[in-house]
Design a protein around this ligand. Sequence first.
Ligand SMILES: C[S@@+](CC[C@H](N)C(=O)[O-])C[C@H]1O[C@@H](n2cnc3c(N)ncnc32)[C@H](O)[C@@H]1O
Length: 425
Amino acid sequence: MPLANNARQVALDVLNDIFGNDAYANISLDRHLEGSELSGLDKSLTTALVYGVVSKKALLDWYVAPFLKKAAKPWAANLLALTIYQIVFMDKVPTSAAVDEAVKIAKRRDGQQAGNFINAVLRNFMRSERIKEEPKDWETKYSMPKLLMDKMVKQFGGKRTGEILASLDEPSRASVRLIDPAVELQDMEVSELSPVGRIALHGNFASSPDFVEGRITIQDESSQLVAPQMELTGTETVLDACAAPGGKTTHMASYLTTGSITALDLYDHKLKLIEENAERQHVADKIKTIKADASQVAEQFGEEQFDRILVDAPCSGVGLIRRKPDIRYRKEATDFLELQALQLQILHSASKSLKKSGIMVYSTCTIFDEENFDVVKKFLETHPNFEQIEISHEKEDIITDGCIFITPEMYHTDGFFIAKFRKIK
Ligand SMILES: C[S@@+](CC[C@H](N)C(=O)[O-])C[C@H]1O[C@@H](n2cnc3c(N)ncnc32)[C@H](O)[C@@H]1O
């Protein structure tokens, strides 16, 4: 069988790329799937395997550790993790099929001896009682790097950190936003947070006619809470300073009649995503994309140009770990303050281009204070011409200090933060 025609082999290639070359899971997966001859079903299996292993790597390594006399080569360690994942977490995959495939992959890769090694380790694991054990420490149990775990414990305390980690470890739900309110989606519930949100335990909507023809779009419930905070009446001139791929740009555009949105991002390929999204959702006439640096807004556009500004800032993305599990492996201690500096720089520049009495909304998909409440505090301290507008929501538990602050365990959404300001002079 050609290698690119085997779901487990492709999954292993992607895992080697992620853990060996620091590749982004979604980008590596897309590239490998495009170059493969896998069926639709096998592509789904490959995706499930990659995301499953990435989200549980430390735990999978822990299962196999007692059966290794010395550290396995990186590709073999990834293959063992991939196979243990199937044995422990995928009810529908027969154990024998998972092991046989692993042995074949190892032989093809490194000869008979490698096949024997993988076979022996997996058989020893299965003969043992290891599968019934559970690691005590959260770092292993939830495969969460110590840096992030310690930060969570410091900010949220032990109990809530445990709840957040357990929630991030669960599968993500499917969440869509209705563009056409008349659309009826089978087996989906109305979101508790967003009236236009619909959710289901699973679902793949990207190829559905409702999606392709622009009657729905895929957007997390928490992210759907941003556009309503912009207080759009229809005629406003809006700047979306960090816009790609355009989830919030298109949502804001749906409120506009004669108004328009200038949507910025740093990269051409990302601007193209906004344009495609806008076309599909029939709001392209309201959106102009420009390649520009959001920390230079005032220099590029001048002062007091926009009625509304959204800064959906570049952030550590920790609130997205459930859907993008590799985010957890890409954080350094210095990242958070560096991001804060960039976030403040963008807010500062954007603030000059806001008209008097205009509204500026700041949002992130992270749960750490440095990028959320600390940014709000520092921005207000250094910009006395702005005041905070207190946000309210019928779910009062998502409001903290006048901001929307949702951690992933509360409503099983992404972790998310929204603050709102008015320019008073
Ligand atoms: C959180 S994402 C935006 C998501 C988007 N608002 C949505 O709802 O689909 C942040 C975006 O900011 C862009 N970005 C990062 N630094 C930027 C900068 N200095 N100027 C403009 N865009 C920037 C990134 O390329 C990324 O697309």
